[in-house]
Design a protein around this ligand. Structure first.
Ligand code: ZN
Length: 137
């Protein structure tokens, strides 16, 4: 058992609105004002049209597993008691991808293409973090 806490994400002025939304249990992403594309992670310029104008928009929080890996060794002592665990790339319905370890997912139950939904979990040392869980049925 590990007494270590997970490292807290280091917010920047650019990413702070994302973390503030997580505290409100909302998943948000930047949306370009030039071409209307969503993007994640937070970036100063649109990778499609190079516009610096954007707004934050709330996302549905639904998507599917694009890819995943099962970690059998912890990269940090705070994860020691959770191995094996799933780290997945989630393709959100808005067309952007987020990487996340999947809270409480059974590694044998995870498959590419499975539907997932966002949830918000208070993680010791990290604050409110977005996680994705499998949608059953
Ligand atoms: Zn753009």
């Amino acid at each position: 058992m590990s007494a270590q806490q997970r490292p807290r994400p280091q917010a920047t002025p650019l990413s702070q609105p994302f973390w503030d939304a997580c505290e409100r249990h909302e998943l948000v992403a930047q949306r370009c004002s030039g071409c209307e594309r969503f993007r994640h992670y937070p970036q100063p310029l649109c990778p499609s049209c190079f516009s610096a104008e954007f707004r934050w928009e709330r996302l549905a929080g639904t998507g599917q597993i694009h890819s995943y890996a099962i970690s059998h060794r912890a990269f940090h002592p705070a994860w020691d008691e959770h191995v094996p665990y799933v780290v997945a790339t989630i393709e959100l319905d808005e067309g952007i991808r987020m990487v996340c370890d999947m809270h409480d997912a059974d590694p044998d139950a995870v498959e590419i293409g499975q539907k997932v939904v966002a949830e918000f979990v208070e993680m010791p040392g990290q604050g409110t973090m977005p996680r994705f869980k499998l949608v059953s049925g």
